[in-house]
Design a protein around this ligand. Structure first.
Ligand SMILES: C[S@@+](CC[C@H](N)C(=O)[O-])C[C@H]1O[C@@H](n2cnc3c(N)ncnc32)[C@H](O)[C@@H]1O
Length: 293
């Protein structure tokens, strides 16, 4: 096969260079459309592709099918990258040579109004990656108390205490007479209160992180992934949110101190200026690379 790449994934060169030539079993824990996976397959590796979102798995299948890859070298699992028991059960693979997770939301989620991730497009206030699990944001918001709203923003938004207190009070007051069902119900309310789009996007992000348990899943991954890697093989983590990056830094420094890991990236790897010009979504990406001892 010549050149299978149609879309260039974030930090593509850096990820490919970080995967040792002889790594056979690769786990791509955040498959999305399968662009990283496509390259792993092109390098004759065997891939376990995991994603929490069924819609993304369907897209990845399309990408892979179009390239006529050998079905024996790809196994796709619907689930969380942190659920190693489920991944083992579904694939029968007990340990891998390389793990990539490139976490978070992507532009596709924002563009699809029916998923409710974006303040721009009107749609049901949902924001779940896995629509077969948990509750949509609208339901959580309907039940949320003033304290729930405060706790959520304190944890995930970089706002002052006074501002958080004010937003939470206003939202609780508003939803008594006008429950929030759609993204634009919230946007209209925010407009009336004078909350700008940048701040509203941070509020949406905080709700999204909460209802998908994003940081808990990441913590679960950091606690358990060591056992899923064979000794002397590697793990590559790409984060976009400061909360995730902080967690990765602390957990992996602690593993390095216990002589479980060697940190291969003394400084995080960030996308080049050129990459950011082509792909704005890459601008906050941070890559960390580790080798198991
Ligand atoms: C930034 S995209 C990955 C892009 C991919 N590396 C590529 O370039 O083709 C992140 C993906 O992670 C998925 N995701 C988010 N949380 C997840 C979790 N806990 N387990 C598995 N997948 C998850 C999302 O559904 C999304 O498809």
């Amino acid at each position: 096969m010549s050149n299978p790449i149609i879309h260039t994934p974030v930090l593509f060169q850096e990820v490919m260079q970080s995967c040792p030539d002889d790594a056979h079993y690769v786990m791509d824990g955040t498959l999305w459309h399968g662009w990283h996976t496509l390259w792993f397959l092109a390098q004759w590796r065997t891939v376990l592709g995991v994603d929490r979102d069924q819609a993304m798995i369907a897209k990845a299948r399309q990408t892979i099918d179009q390239q006529y890859f050998d079905e024996n070298r790809i196994q796709i699992v619907h689930g969380s990258y942190a659920d190693f028991e489920h991944i083992k059960q579904q694939t029968g693979v007990q340990q891998v040579d390389y793990i990539l997770i490139d976490i978070g939301v992507n532009m596709e989620h924002f563009k699809d109004a029916s998923r409710g991730f974006s303040i721009k497009h009107d749609g049901p206030l949902d924001m779940r990656y896995d629509t077969s699990q948990w509750q949509p944001v609208a339901l959580w918001l309907a039940q949320a108390t003033y304290q729930d709203l405060v706790d959520n923003l304190v944890e995930y938004a970089d706002f002052s205490e006074k501002y958080i207190d004010w937003i939470a009070k206003e939202l609780v007051q508003h939803k008594k007479s006008h429950p929030f069902h759609t993204t634009h119900d919230v946007r209209d309310c925010a407009k009336n209160l004078g909350i700008n789009d940048k701040k509203l996007a941070v509020i949406f992000q905080s709700w999204r992180i909460q209802i998908n348990n994003e940081l808990d899943e990441f913590d679960r991954f950091l606690e358990t992934f060591v056992d899923y890697l064979r000794p002397w093989w590697r793990c590559c983590i790409i984060t976009y949110h400061s909360g995730e990056d902080r967690r990765a830094k602390i957990a992996l420094k602690s593993l390095a101190k216990q002589n479980i890991w060697i940190i291969l990236t003394k400084h995080v790897i960030k996308p080049s200026w050129q990459e950011i010009q082509v792909n704005k979504a890459a601008r906050s990406a941070k890559m960390r690379l580790f080798e198991k001892i």
